[in-house]
Design a protein around this ligand. Structure first.
Ligand code: F6R
Length: 242
């Protein structure tokens, strides 16, 4: 596990984007695993900027997102589909047919989980997975207590997660109660992982990941068992490390 401490979210975004660009340039058919939330926004902006300036091509890239809310259609402004189209896919030359997120609306969620897991497998697996870190140590929407051997599954969101995500919704009542997420085993199969961590709010969770014991009560601690993971953490988020 490599830990790269950077000054702030700006530098974090630069370092993460640089690694992604390098990967895509070297392997044009890369399969990327992507996250939503606030942390990777700057990284996606850097990818878009690089695309405009240097024409890094995403024509043959495939992407799989970590998660999606159950009940929100792709056209819903709060869906992760919408987020990805808005912040990244709509601004680079990626083939939209090669961008995948769990379908959270209009299908049986359990069947969708099986289909999604199979789709990742058929694509040859994820080469480079981007992850954010939840304040309670979640990765994807794998909340504390999720089995390390979980595959893509339907989750009931923890109240703390709904509250944390309510900033994007008109009110807390509008935040969906369920989501579909890649499982922990699904995430751990990625050949390389970048965990992006920014801000003091994440400091306790990050201390658990780096210094705590590996346990299902803090899902992200599983990452210590991954052979090729880099944590990119800003100064505010490493405050609790000893
Ligand atoms: C998003 C995801 C979540 C977030 C996490 C951190 O696709 O899977 O695990 O990465 O909740 O969110 P932010 O970056 O908003 O602090």
């Amino acid at each position: 596990m490599k830990v790269n401490v950077v000054k702030d979210i700006e530098e974090l975004s630069l370092v993460a984007a640089k690694r992604m660009i390098e990967k895509v340039r070297r392997q044009p058919t890369t399969v990327l695993g992507l996250a939503t939330g606030s942390t990777p926004l700057g990284t996606y902006r850097k990818l878009v900027q690089d695309f405009q300036e240097n024409r890094t091509s995403y024509k043959h890239v495939t992407t799989f997102n970590l998660d999606e809310y159950v009940g929100l259609a792709a056209t819903d402004k709060n869906s992760y589909h919408y987020y990805m189209n808005d912040h990244l896919f709509g601004q680079i030359n990626i083939n939209q047919a090669q961008t995948f997120l769990p379908n959270g609306a209009g299908v049986d969620p359990s069947e969708e989980c099986l289909r999604y897991e199979e789709k990742i497998r058929q694509s040859g697996g994820i080469d480079l997975q981007i992850l954010g870190l939840g304040e309670n140590g979640h990765i994807g929407f794998n909340e504390p207590g999720t089995s390390f051997s979980s595959q893509t599954h339907v989750v009931t969101l923890a109240e703390t997660t709904r509250v944390a995500n309510s900033r994007y919704f008109p009110s807390l009542a509008d935040v969906p109660t369920e989501a579909i997420t890649m499982g922990i085993e699904t995430i751990m199969k990625a050949r390389e992982i970048l965990l992006l961590v920014s801000g003091e709010k994440k400091a306790k969770a990050l201390r658990e990941v780096i210094e705590g014991s590996v346990s299902e009560t803090v899902p992200a601690t599983v990452l210590r068992n991954h052979p090729n993971i880099t944590i990119i953490a800003d100064e505010a988020s490493v405050k609790c490390l000893t």
